[in-house]
Ligand binder design. Structure first.
Ligand code: BTN
Length: 254
């Protein structure tokens, strides 16, 4: 992949490319002892052990999609506010997709799946390293489906790609600078104006202030999403009580 000029201060300025690797997240962690600069990007054309959320595997055809991890050092952020990093990554990926598909309907499915026209176009896996109350390092693992034409449906909702939505192929190197700018923009905002970050995240959150169907271990229930707690738990009003659900405790029924 030939990288064009990157118009950022730090995100993507250092760029490590692998034609094939296990997982770009694992490459970022493996490089940590060499102290890569803040914002270093590890990208691949193909992953043999691409990692998804909930211990799933992230499959992606070779050379078709964006597969990368950005290493950041959010030592300024207390552990209790770690979910802010999810908001940064989700907004950055969402706005990147929107820039290429301005007429599409895109949203964030809590906590950080990016949907375009009700299908999953991108996934995010954030991993962190802590020391006490300090987040020493964070890896934003991002997969954006760009030119892939066929997917195995493994999730409860369909995957899609920019190609499938627009019938147009994209040069992935035109998307990267936009993605890096958006990550940098929201990571800067996190350090300056967190209420803007909070507002924007909620404004794109699928089902916010709507009645929805959910499933947990006890079955299917109806609830009203009233927000996201600072811990990242989804706050759902069920009849007259508000209950907070962790990522693994509840699933949307789309
Ligand atoms: C999800 O399950 O939605 C999260 C998928 C995250 C996939 C990306 S691809 C680049 C990076 N490296 C990985 O192994 N996973 C993330």
């Amino acid at each position: 992949m030939i990288l064009p000029t990157i118009n950022t201060r730090y995100v993507g300025q250092s760029f490590v490319y692998f034609p094939e690797t296990d997982s770009t997240n694992d490459r970022a962690w493996a490089a940590l002892p060499t102290s890569p600069v803040n914002g270093t990007c590890f990208a691949a054309d193909y992953q043999t052990k691409g990692k998804g959320q909930r211990n799933n595997t992230w499959y992606s055809d070779s050379g078709q999609n964006i597969l990368l991890s950005v290493l950041l050092y959010p030592t300024f952020l207390p552990v209790g506010r770690i979910f802010q990093l999810t908001k940064v990554a989700a907004l950055a990926v969402l706005q990147t997709v929107q820039q290429f598909v301005p007429n599409g309907i895109s949203c964030i499915k809590w906590p950080n799946d990016i949907l375009l026209n009700n299908k999953k176009i991108a996934g995010i896996l954030i991993e962190n390293q802590f020391s006490g109350n300090t987040i020493l390092a964070s890896v934003f693992g991002i997969g954006i489906n760009v030119n892939q034409k066929k997917f195995e449906v493994t999730a409860s909702y369909s995957p899609t790609s920019l190609f499938l939505e627009l019938n147009q192929e994209f040069d992935r190197s035109t998307i990267l600078p936009v993605l890096f700018q958006n990550i940098e923009k929201w990571y800067d905002i996190l350090q300056q104006n967190t209420s803007w970050l909070d507002r924007e995240y909620l404004s794109y959150l699928l089902g916010f202030q709507e009645k929805r169907l959910f499933q947990n271990k006890s079955g299917i229930f109806e609830g009203f999403i009233i927000g996201v707690h600072s811990s990242g738990k989804l706050a759902i009003q069920i009849q007259n009580t508000v209950e907070y659900f962790d990522f693994k405790e509840v699933e949307f029924i789309l």
